[in-house]
Design a binder for this molecule. Structure first.
Ligand code: G1P
Length: 297
């Protein structure tokens, strides 16, 4: 059985320019999806998969993220004094055990592969997960947990995969698949952001990975790839060339691209409709809106 996946890397160094001016003074990962910051969804998913060590790759201007995962003693004391137990419970998932969370800076925006490489000393010589918080996955069973369960049987490297429209493949890492059935497929090639019309398939990589430490050693080569950046996809593809296993995993769940405004809005609606306190009222509002789109005029 392969070694247990205990550590997860969260690359959060991006500037979030697509959300300016909202992201002028707060990190994109703190933007609220219904009632939780984006990053909380990725943390909850990782926890549900058994992750116990959380590594953030940050950059300048991300201190709000560090504060978010710190204790808030004054706030907690005041809530306790007022017997606001329900509110105190809501803070619980934001608390991290001492030493369970670590931050490392990416000093220059050199690509996703470089961001993950920045965490190499904290990862050490063991398999690790990577979660891109922009990809929010709504699922009954945490997407990463699904992957960990599959990985326990396959070992090797594993990337989450999803079919996308052929005209969208140039926005993703794309898999060339050689076989395998069901949820786990064997990958014989991977290409980052293929030019339109050149993608090997329409099976795209989604931001969940379980990787062997050899991928970090591949990243040492600092090879520049698509967009002149050091790409994680390329470092994983090098494992295929070295005859090591790379699997694609077709997860069950709905993925939202919260790196785009349209995706963020779609996720807001989907999670709003699933929220215990909001579901009924929001459903009525949406029904009315669809029935009478010009009601406000
Ligand atoms: C990154 C990866 C890409 C993957 C995508 C999924 O790209 O490089 O392989 O398909 O995430 O969201 P980005 O969206 O950061 O450009």
């Amino acid at each position: 059985m392969p070694r247990k996946v205990r550590k997860a890397v969260f690359p959060v160094a991006g500037m979030g320019t697509r959300f300016l001016p909202a992201t002028k003074s707060i990190p994109k990962e703190i933007l609220t999806l219904v009632d939780r910051p984006l990053i909380q969804y990725a943390i909850d998913e990782a926890r549900a998969a058994g992750i116990t060590e959380f590594i953030f790759v940050t950059s300048r201007g991300k201190s709000a993220l560090e504060d978010y995962f710190d204790r808030a003693p004054e706030l907690e004391a005041s809530l306790r004094q007022k017997n606001k137990t329900a509110l105190l419970e809501r803070l619980e998932p934001t608390n991290m055990d001492s030493g369970a969370i670590a931050y490392v800076r990416q000093h220059e925006a050199l690509g996703l592969g470089h961001a993950v490489w920045c965490a190499r000393r904290l990862i050490g010589n063991e398999p690790f997960a990577v979660l891109l918080p922009d990809d929010v996955i709504q699922a009954d069973h945490s997407c990463l947990a699904q992957m960990v369960e599959a990985y326990e049987k396959t070992g090797g490297n594993m990337v989450a995969a999803m079919e996308v429209a052929p005209e969208r493949t140039s926005s993703y890492g794309v898999l060339d698949v050689s076989g395998g059935s069901g949820r786990v497929v064997d990958v014989k090639g991977m290409v980052e952001k293929p030019a339109p019309g050149t993608a090997p398939s329409n099976l795209a990589v989604i931001g969940r990975y379980i990787l062997t430490p050899q991928v970090l050693r591949n990243l040492n080569r600092m090879t520049l790839g698509a967009g002149g950046e050091i790409q994680l996809t390329d470092a994983i593809a090098q494992e295929i060339e070295a005859n090591n296993d790379v699997h694609g995993f077709r997860f069950s769940g709905q993925r939202y691209d919260c790196g785009s405004k349209a995706g963020f809005l779609q996720a807001t609606v989907a999670f709003g409709l699933q929220h215990d306190e909001l579901r009924d009222e929001f459903q009525i509002y949406l029904n009315d809106l669809v029935a009478q789109p010009h009601a406000a005029e």
